[in-house]
Ligand binder design. Structure first.
Ligand SMILES: Cc1ncc(COP(=O)(O)O)c(C=O)c1O
Length: 396
């Protein structure tokens, strides 16, 4: 029986087989211990609550799997995506560091939230390039903590996503190139105007801030561990853009579970498979072209350097997913599969689950990925209807 259409390609990472240890260099990027501060700080933000971890038992049963867990980030604050955790957390950390550099004592999150440093932070400006969700988080953080914000978007970012950032008081600049070009423009303008770039992607010479972004994401992972209540996934299927999310998930779970960590499967759009190509090349490489995909949050051609430090050995399998799987799965989730809970899942939320379903429906891929009736799959529904108009048109 076929739940959704679509096809996948698969590459098994030859470097993963030898990687049974989470190295100190990798722990320096993401660890359970370093996530503690993010957990403590973010739980103080107004409106914080853990998002649901749904168990889709009807789906698991029809796919001949033991479990399908779906972490529902559509409920993350009012931003409807896990990205709310990363950008805004890095904004707070940058403001804290900037005040220390000014010779003041480091403000706590509560100090920032209560406006105790309003005079000192109001002239600081944060900036980034985004395909939507990261910029929304940075804009929201800037508004929540009281600094200025300029966001750069590429030609394919929808009007709805642009307006959502403007609603948080950000100045939004649209360029004519693709995502990678918007990153370069934001960088250049930040240097010229003394702005702090808060990017979710890292490159040599720019590592600390994306590390804070990824630490923000780990709050979601700490919630998952608690919600699993001593149970454990055998496989994690996670969608990849620049790899920041995938590396946070992989690194946190690897540190937590050690050698008993789940098998880690990364899923990307066919036209924007920089992580899969990097695994094939044995080093971080870029893909070029227009990166066109419905999965807007994943339209990235260049891997984040920090992310690759973890995924080079932590990623077991690198898959691509065809575009035709996306809308049917969004629709199925909106209605709720049989007796399973209905969830709102945006275009970039579903590739991990879609990859798992397409693989579980195929004897060949079940064998390749070691999927059996005992397998427990974890996926993260990373966004809800972050572009409501587009969402409605896709689930019709
Ligand atoms: C909803 C959603 N899911 C997944 C991702 C992928 O995250 P990363 O670029 O860190 O790989 C993004 C990135 O923007 C996103 O917006």
């Amino acid at each position: 029986m076929s739940l959704i259409p679509g096809s996948v390609s698969h590459f098994s990472n030859p470097k993963a087989a030898a990687a049974n240890q989470y190295s100190q260099a990798q722990k320096d990027i993401i660890s359970v211990a370093s996530s503690d501060r993010a957990v403590a700080d973010i739980s103080l933000w107004p409106g914080y609550k853990a998002t649901d971890l749904n168990s889709f038992s009807a789906m698991a049963s029809d796919l001949n799997l033991a479990k399908v867990w779906y972490k529902d980030e559509a409920q993350r604050f009012d931003l409807k995506s896990f990205k709310a955790l990363g950008g805004a957390y890095a904004v707070a950390r940058q403001l804290q560091k900037a005040l220390v550099e000014k010779g003041l004592s480091e403000p706590s999150i509560s100090d920032l939230l209560e406006g105790k440093c309003a005079q000192d932070v109001k002239d600081l400006v944060v900036s980034c390039a985004t395909d939507g969700n990261h910029g929304r988080s940075v804009a929201w953080g800037a508004q929540m903590f009281g600094c200025g914000c300029v966001i750069y978007i590429h030609r394919d970012v929808s009007q709805g996503r642009q307006e959502a950032m403007q609603d948080f008081g950000a100045q939004v600049v649209r360029i004519t190139g693709n995502y990678d070009e918007s990153v370069k423009t934001a960088d250049r303008e930040a240097k010229a105007n003394n702005r702090i770039i808060v990017s979710d992607t890292s490159y040599p010479g720019y590592m600390e801030i994306p590390k804070d972004v990824a630490l923000g994401y780990t709050v979601m992972l700490a919630e998952i561990i608690e919600q699993l209540d001593d149970d454990k996934p055998t496989h994690v299927f996670i969608q990849g853009g620049v790899g920041g999310l995938a590396s946070a998930v992989c690194g946190y779970f690897w540190d937590h579970w050690g050698e008993a960590r789940p098998r880690f499967v990364i899923v990307e759009p066919e036209q924007a498979n920089c992580l899969q190509e990097s695994a094939k090349a044995g080093e971080a490489v870029a893909v070029t072209g227009d990166l066109e995909t419905l999965m807007a949050g994943l339209a990235c051609g260049e891997v984040s350097s920090l992310a690759w430090e973890i995924l080079a050995t932590g990623g077991d399998d690198f898959m691509t997913l065809s575009e035709d799987a996306v809308a049917p799965l969004m629709k199925m989730l909106a209605q709720g599969y049989k007796t399973d809970a209905a969830v709102e899942a945006g275009e970039s939320a579903v590739p991990g689950l879609a990859g798992a379903i397409v693989a579980a429906q195929s004897d060949e891929y079940r064998q390749t990925l070691g999927l059996t009736s005992e397998s427990k799959i974890l996926v993260i529904g990373t966004e809800g209807a972050t572009d409501p108009e587009l969402y409605q048109s896709l689930i019709k």
